[in-house]
Design a protein around this ligand. Structure first.
Ligand SMILES: [Zn+2]
Length: 129
């Protein structure tokens, strides 16, 4: 799918992301609705990014960065998709090419190494209730 076509609904409803705009923020009345649309677009973009990663890495990265911009702008929780972004450099990382996941020896969790910035961080699993 071409980039312009994939982003069309989002451009129409949510406007541009990633760059600061001179206009004021959106009025609060449609906030929940916008959030919902942003959430759908994020899911779509990340799915797209993952599917085209082997063939077109740069476009995948671009899609992922747009998804990140939407999530931060519209205050959408990424949940498990958060694993796809580095804690430090916020870039799109997917094991095994751009990241490494290792089970932690000391506690219940994983150690994630980002190959883009080279840093390691932990993701701890909360205890089952
Ligand atoms: Zn990183």
């Amino acid at each position: 799918m071409p980039l312009s076509k994939a982003l069309e609904p989002q451009r129409r409803i949510l406007g541009k992301v990633g760059r600061k705009r001179k206009q004021s923020r959106f009025p609060p009345r449609n906030r929940q609705e916008r959030k919902k649309i942003a959430k759908n677009q994020i899911a779509k973009l990340l799915e797209l990014a993952l599917s085209e990663l082997p063939s077109n890495g740069r476009q995948a990265e671009r899609h992922a960065s747009i998804a990140w911009a939407l999530a931060t702008r519209f205050n959408v929780r990424l949940r498990e998709k958060r694993l796809l972004f580095c804690h430090y450099c916020k870039q799109f990382i997917v094991p095994p090419t751009t990241a490494r996941y290792r089970l932690s020896r000391r506690r219940v969790g994983i150690n994630i190494t980002c190959f883009r910035c080279g840093r390691t961080y932990r993701k701890l699993f909360s205890k089952a209730k």
